[in-house]
Design a protein. Structure first.
Length: 276
């Protein structure tokens, strides 16, 4: 019988490593191949250059395989902004233009070369937007221009993680704190409104520092009631003392589990697995 569906290839790109999982099966996907490649960033022209070079080399082995490829990008390579609602009903292009305006207001002229994506706007609600270097997107497309694999999705880590865990968020909303080596991304959803989403470049790898970060950011949140629940995801151990705090309710998110991936193998593939 001819198999019509494609296996899925989930790839994560970070400054220090490229990891990928190959999944087969439509209804009960399981991992049939995996690999993590460390990156040497010497003389890299762009922060993402080393990761793309590794992906280009890895892609040679998939030229003859029917694969639907999803790439999850480390927050090192992504910028975020919360876009206010349009003051009147508008088109998708108008919403993207508004997002571009807000990126330019924050980052200046360099934002002109960025590829901007906007989550599906809800009527009269704020919407998260992301931006990556346009050259990065073109480089990713180039990796899969030849052969049978198809690049079907490029996702910022924060948005793939939010989509994966969103069912656990209660009506009052929550914070989402994603910690990577050298950076952290903090997002706030209050009720149905996105309030903030930002990358913080350093200083918050240790979980003992998280309450101070949240104490600072809650005073910037212009909402009547700031959620106390904080969903956190970090490759580093999390202090048990966080569970005893009364001012914040920390929920530590484990790495996503997939059939065919052992419990001792989850962490290197956690970013990619959020797109499963």
């Amino acid at each position: 019988m001819l198999r019509l569906w494609r296996d899925r290839l989930l790839v994560s790109l970070a400054p220090d490593a490229v990891s990928w999982l190959r999944l087969t099966g439509m209804f009960r996907p399981r991992v049939i191949a995996k690999r993590t490649v460390a990156i040497t960033r010497e003389n890299a022209q762009e922060p993402w250059s080393g990761a793309v070079d590794v992906l280009q080399q890895e892609a040679e082995q998939w030229r003859r395989d029917r694969l639907a490829v999803t790439v999850v990008l480390s927050n090192h390579f992504v910028r975020y902004v919360v876009v206010p609602p349009l003051d009147r009903p508008g088109s998708r292009d108008e919403a993207i233009a508004l997002a571009r305006f807000h990126f330019a207001k924050i980052h200046g002229e360099r934002a002109a070369g960025w590829h901007v994506r906007l989550a599906t706007p809800a009527a009269a609600h704020t919407t998260p937007a992301s931006a990556i270097d346009g050259a990065l997107l073109e480089a990713l497309k180039t990796c899969f221009q030849q052969g049978k694999p198809r690049l079907v999705s490029v996702q910022p880590y924060t948005m793939s993680a939010f989509n994966f865990w969103r069912r656990r968020i209660e009506n009052e909303g929550a914070w989402l704190l994603l910690v990577e080596p050298g950076t952290a991304c903090l997002a706030l959803l209050a009720g149905s409104e996105w309030v903030a989403i930002q990358n913080i470049r350093s200083g918050y790898a240790r979980s003992e520092t998280w309450p101070a970060l949240l104490d600072r950011e809650k005073h910037r949140a212009m909402v009547p009631q700031v959620p106390k629940t904080v969903f956190t995801r970090s490759a580093l151990p999390v202090s048990s003392a966080l569970g005893a705090r009364k001012d914040w309710h920390f929920v530590v998110l484990d790495a996503p589990e997939l059939a065919g991936l052992g419990s001792d193998e989850l962490e290197p593939y956690a970013m990619a697995a959020h797109a499963a």
